[in-house]
Design a protein around this ligand. Structure first.
Ligand code: CTP
Length: 422
């Protein structure tokens, strides 16, 4: 290869494989040579001929080809390059990498290499969010594998959308250039998810010996025994944070409003209905080292909830008067005695997300606000979240991530910020 920089491109079996043809062309434009391995599944989507025509050299497909072994061999193939790039990185290839399989040319090259590896995952959102894939990705991140994408959006399958679309060729190219420059990809760049090894997932025992208190879900404020006022909230984000904190070794108390979710394993879950019950349960669970208020608490309740079901009265509307609920976050954050060491609030906003979050941080007296833009997207009840971490020192914006991953990153982040001590 005459170019001074080269990548070994491993093309997996996914519909996104066709985009890799464009990537090869773009790499060439940038003076980066690509040598390609096409997996068996990849051959179902693009042909060795189209790959080799674009790359300008033969495309490797078979581990046991004697000529290849004599010519070059999989060890040399995986080392006579500057970077290995897996695109699309299917769930199967990711699982093989995480577990060290070497049963075809692609997985053998990945195991034999001494170079950095960048993957561009692409799969159905449910496969991406499956606990097995989460585990495998966590392993790859620990192994120092670089990751670009996936993006959220519509899938090839009709009616399916969510995280799982392979990053676009320009994003993959940008990630390749960063990796070739020896830089750790930034977590801040939009659409680019280069993870720093060990930073996105809390190290084992990161919260050992700590008590973490979390509120989650909506509250229900009764109008009468059958009707109530509530905010939209599935509790998915708060529950995921509780699970992540428990996985990091914390003793976790989860105060949950009414949700359709199982209690997270290893977490003491207190079930409440109303804001006042939530406040009482929170205060009863103190002291805590860290308190995270992810619940969507109803701001108002009915002043005099009826004890019997209210009957319709010939078109006359019931006189409902509202009173404000206690602000649980502000009450705890502003405690003189027994304030948790670190207090985190959430802000769901539909506009001016950052400005409102900054104001909320000061008004409520908490240490960090996780602000999310809920305008027009499927955040409420959805599986992904785009968040900004707002503190007095500044703002950090994360790419759109599955709620489990937001939870895991947040726990890793907070474990680093927590004041020392027990
Ligand atoms: N919160 C709380 N108790 C309340 C209201 C809110 O603990 N009665 C917490 C939420 O759990 C969240 C944060 O406060 O962590 C932000 O809540 P939000 O309802 O967005 O803020 P508000 O103070 O109601 O501000 P606004 O309605 O102006 O957006």
């Amino acid at each position: 290869m005459s170019a001074s920089r080269s990548v070994l491109l491993i093309i997996g079996g996914g519909i996104a494989a066709y985009k890799v043809l464009e990537l090869i062309r773009r790499l060439k434009d940038r003076g980066i040579a690509s040598r390609c391995i096409l997996t068996k599944a990849g051959e179902q989507f693009v042909t060795p001929l189209s790959v080799s025509s674009l790359a300008g050299e033969r495309c490797f497909t078979d581990l046991f080809s004697l000529t290849d072994e004599a010519d070059i061999g999989h060890i040399q193939l995986s080392r006579s390059t500057d970077l290995l790039v897996v695109a699309p990185a299917t769930a199967d290839l990711i699982a093989k990498m995480a577990n060290g399989h070497a049963d075809d040319l692609a997985s053998t090259a990945l195991l034999a290499t001494d170079k950095r590896v960048l993957i561009a995952p692409a799969m159905n959102p449910r496969m991406w969010q499956h606990p097995a894939t989460r585990r495998n990705m966590a392993q790859l991140e620990r192994d120092g594998i670089l990751v670009v994408g996936p993006n959220s959006g519509a899938m090839a399958e009709r009616g399916e959308s969510g995280p799982g679309r392979m990053a676009e060729p320009p994003e993959i190219l940008a990630a390749i250039e960063l990796a070739l420059a020896g830089e750790k990809p930034s977590t801040r760049a939009i659409g680019f998810l280069g993870r720093l090894p060990g930073r996105d997932h809390p190290p084992a025992g990161a919260l050992a010996g700590r008590h973490v208190l979390i509120t989650s879900g909506p509250t229900h404020e009764p109008i009468d025994p059958v009707r109530y006022i509530a905010n939209r909230s599935s509790g998915k984000q708060g529950h995921a944070i509780a699970a992540a904190a428990a996985a990091a070794g914390a003793r976790v108390t989860l105060v949950s409003g009414p949700v359709n979710l199982p209690d997270p394993p290893g977490v003491e879950t207190v079930h409440v209905e109303s804001a006042r019950e939530m406040l009482a349960a929170v205060e009863g669970s103190l002291p805590a080292d860290l308190a995270i208020f992810a619940a969507a608490v109803a701001d108002w309740r009915v002043a005099d909830a009826a004890s019997e079901k209210m009957k319709k009265d010939g078109g006359k509307l019931p006189p409902l008067s509202l009173v404000e609920n206690p602000d649980i976050l502000a009450t705890v954050a502003q405690r003189k005695n027994g304030r948790p060491g670190f207090v985190v609030g959430f802000a769901a906003e539909t506009q001016n997300v950052i400005d409102y979050a900054k104001a909320k941080l000061a008004r409520k007296g908490c240490d960090l606000i996780v602000a999310n833009d809920v305008g027009g997207t499927g955040v409420m009840g959805g599986d992904a979240n785009t968040v900004h971490l707002v503190t007095a020192e500044g703002i950090e914006t994360w790419p759109t991530l599955p709620k489990e991953e937001v939870a895991s990153r947040l726990v890793a982040h907070l474990a680093r910020l927590l004041p020392a001590g027990g």
